[in-house]
Design a protein around this ligand. Structure first.
Ligand code: F6P
Length: 319
């Protein structure tokens, strides 16, 4: 039976470009004669039946907007079958043939569970963390990276004026990509991530030597949860002689107009998800590899091994 009625939702931490993905899903679906249904506030809204039919007009002028017009939420209770049963009931009530879930790993775990319950589900990776290993890039990463790089450029100005060391903490949950990429773009001396850890003694010693040689300032990037930045600032100050300040960038990284890269990626992912459903392919997460659209089953994608970013070694070579 051809897939005709499609619902879509955004879930988990929002990411710039989610709106561009929603737009592409809606417009690509309508072009193929499908009926499109937006679900508000993620799985929570699905369970509560916050579902509305979308026309092309619903997604006008959203391509350039950050956040998500659908709203987002985290619903830890979605791991419970009784809660998912309510979601399935709502999908049946609206005669939905397939569901597109836009988000990160938590969203996909929910999607996988729904797929196991017989729902046709497709995942679209959208998270500033870039922690979906089955795709080269996730929607929102490029925009968040721009925000972090802009912050480093500004910190460098004041760091240099005051001969200080600046520590900047990025988001990323357990993934170091934001900090590593921003470290390369911003000429950081060190990048500390949860995956790779760091040799604190060596770092302190090298900063001390740099200070002695007259290097005016230093920038250190770290991902959240990797280290206590305020404690580290004190240690650097005591050991190296650099007056040191820590900045936690926080939620500003999740906002803002999506970059052209994120808009293109989101538009491609959204359209590809619809093309797959048209071929009756579901139970997969879409992705990009070598600039081609790809898809993998939820299982394959979730099991994809962590690959240490090649950029990590680059920082050491060009510091
Ligand atoms: O997944 C995106 C993200 O911003 C992470 O980088 C961060 O750890 C988390 O979400 C914060 O989540 P919350 O919005 O629930 O505080």
């Amino acid at each position: 039976m051809a897939i005709k009625r499609i619902a879509f939702l955004t879930s988990g931490g929002d990411a710039p470009g989610m709106n561009a993905a929603i737009r592409a899903v809606v417009r690509s679906g309508l072009t193929l004669g499908m009926e499109m249904f937006g679900v508000y506030d993620g799985y929570k809204g699905l369970v509560e039946g916050k579902i509305e039919q979308f026309t092309s007009k619903n997604v006008s002028h959203i391509l350039d907007r950050g956040g998500t017009i659908l709203g987002s939420a985290r619903l830890p209770e979605f791991t419970e079958k009784v809660v998912r049963d309510l979601a399935v009931k709502q999908l049946k009530k609206y005669f939905i043939d397939a569901l597109i879930v836009i988000g990160g790993d938590g969203t996909f775990k929910g999607g996988q569970k729904l797929a196991e319950m017989g729902i046709k589900v497709i995942g679209i990776p959208a998270t500033i963390d870039n922690d979906v290993t089955s795709t080269d890039s996730t929607i929102g990463f490029s925009t968040a990276l721009n925000t972090v790089v802009d912050a480093i450029d500004k910190l460098r100005d004041t760091s240099e004026s005051h001969h200080r060391c600046s520590i900047l903490e990025t988001m990323g949950r357990d993934c170091g990509d934001l900090a590593i990429y921003a470290g390369v773009c911003g000429g950081a001396e060190y990048v500390i991530t949860k995956e790779t850890g760091f040799d604190k003694k060596a770092m302190l010693e090298s900063l001390r030597k740099k200070k002695l040689k007259g290097r005016r300032h230093a920038i250190i990037l770290t991902t959240e949860n990797a280290v206590n930045v305020h404690k580290l600032a004190k240690e650097i100050e005591d050991y190296s002689g650099y007056e040191t300040r820590a900045t936690v960038l926080g939620y500003v990284q999740r906002g803002g107009k999506p970059t052209p890269e994120d808009r293109v990626l989101a538009s491609r992912f959204g359209n590809y998800a619809i093309e797959l459903l048209q071929q009756d392919i579901s139970g997969v997460i879409v992705g990009i590899s070598h600039n081609d659209m790809i898809h993998m089953t939820f299982d394959e994608s979730i099991k994809c091994p962590f690959v240490k970013s090649q950029l990590f070694d680059l920082i050491e070579k060009i510091r």
